[in-house]
Design a protein around this ligand. Sequence first.
Ligand code: ADP
Ligand code: MG
Length: 619
Amino acid sequence: MENQFEKGNLSINSENILPIIKKWLYSSADIFVRELVSNAADAITKLNRLDSLGEAHLSENEEFTIKIVLDKDARTIKFIDNGVGMTADEIKKYINQIAFSGATDFVNHYKEKMDAEGEIIGHFGLGFYSAFMVADKVEIDSLSYREGAEPAHWLCEGGIEFEISKGKRNERGTTVTLHISEDGEEFLDDYNLRRIAKKYCGFIPVDIFFENAAAKTHDKEPMNDKNPLWLKKASDVTDEEYKKFYHQVFMDYNEPLFWIHLNMDYPFRLKGILYFPRLKHELDSIEGQVKLFSNQVFVADNIKEVIPEFLLLLKGVMDCPDLPLNVSRSFLQSDGYVEKLSGYIVRKVADKLMSLSQNNREQYNVYWDDINQFIKYGCVRESDFYDKCRDAVLYKSTKGEFFTLKEYIERNEEKVGKKIVYANSAQRQSQYIRMFEENDVDVVLLTTRLDAPFTTHIEGFEEGVSFARIDSELSDIMKSEKDGKDAKETKEEKDRKKGLITIFKEAIGIKGLNVEVQSFKSENIPAMIFLSEESRRVQEMSKIFNMKIGDGKVDEKLILNDTNELVKLLSEGNLDKDDARIVCEHIWDMASLSQGHLSPERMEKFIERNTVILREFVR
Ligand code: ADP
Ligand code: MG
């Protein structure tokens, strides 16, 4: 066998690679604005660094700016900065070599002399080429800060062939001119271009001014905020400033309820503010917005891969300069980072909730309606979160009181054990609710879609605790003494009950209906329907996930109340057959009403029957 050995660098043919970059690298065309403004900002940051290291000599009152100049008539967009600039050699090195990052080069070069890579945005040496997504011709005019540097001009059509020549620029800095292609038409619109610049660069650390050359207008105020609130120390920020920032960034003119200022240095840097929004309507499902930044440059909204999902229900900004985002920025490279990030935020949010609920319980109760969905979702998604904020999870009762799980159990354990009795409709289930309230048992309201998975989660977490909907069984406390624990039934009693059940079943003609007889404390209720908690939940779950689990039926039971006048009448067997049938049908319909399932036909008959009864009554 031959043993040939050769070593070398792979070469890339720019003709082939550019279409790939254009097509695959960037998630959307508008990010060319972000990339070119970031480069301009980097150029200014670098110059400042060089100055502080004594390598550049700036005058005292130097003003650094980035200008975006739109000229619709000439079909150009210019990005102008007064940063470090580039010599012809540097252009060859940094621009002509695709994927060679001058930013990384700079950081490596000065690593020893300054702390970390902080604040330099560039990374991959590919950002510049995003210009070709919208331009068919790009020019660079640059003058380096170096003493005696010559201006350089670079021109490239289609991102393939370049020309480099002596330039004309006579002030330090760089102008990048994009000759917009047909693909980029939309970016020649003043409003649109401003909107994009503001979206990505609204918090960049250098003043950005916008000019419209065709209309001969230029802004006097920078379009961005150089010192975003999240970078300040929480102790230096007033409530008013937090609220103002919220209104501006999220266009939400409601006041936020409260907020958390995030600030972390190790193991990675993260600064940000998370706001708890107020819901506009009680039944609103919350829709948050978490804006992700990297070194003050906007990356994207609501990136699920970076931000724990339940936080996306909040509104906030997060600046993570160490985020291992790949070139297209919104795609993440590794996820170990995300776990740590998530862990940190979860802890911060839980701490805030705990301190609010412990130090300011009255106020916290008021917040609960707005924040409960968020918290419940968080508990379901991250067990860790529930573990850390257990005592900040509240249950609101039908009487408008708020309890923690501990408090609820303390108040009710004697009567119902470690069961949380809940209702999901205060109106429809009012009869059941009243029966519990009369016996001094607190009923909590669980009315959102999240409550089913939430309660299941809590049951798995809290030893011995279970949730029971008020109509899941006839609780012992609702039974009259006569049916108490040690009441022994005589054979006579048993037969009477059996007879009653037979009469009832025959009358309403539903086979397989489970009917029982019990003695309620409240005599005015003839019968109630109970649905087994377990089978009802299974049915609810199969609805949520749209699949068949089990036989899909809910175990339903009708309990006739022995202490009720009408029921007594029935069981004495003195009514004629027709009357008995009518009484049974009516009892059955009334009980079904609380479950909200009277078919149209049954409803019609029910109303007819009521009319007859009323007529008898007023006669
Ligand atoms: P990155 O910013 O990730 O390094 P880019 O493709 O965006 O990659 O830019 C490549 C390099 O070109 C930069 O690192 C920088 O050295 C140089 N460069 C680009 N724009 C400018 C500018 N406006 N001023 C000075 N240098 C620039
Ligand atoms: Mg760049």
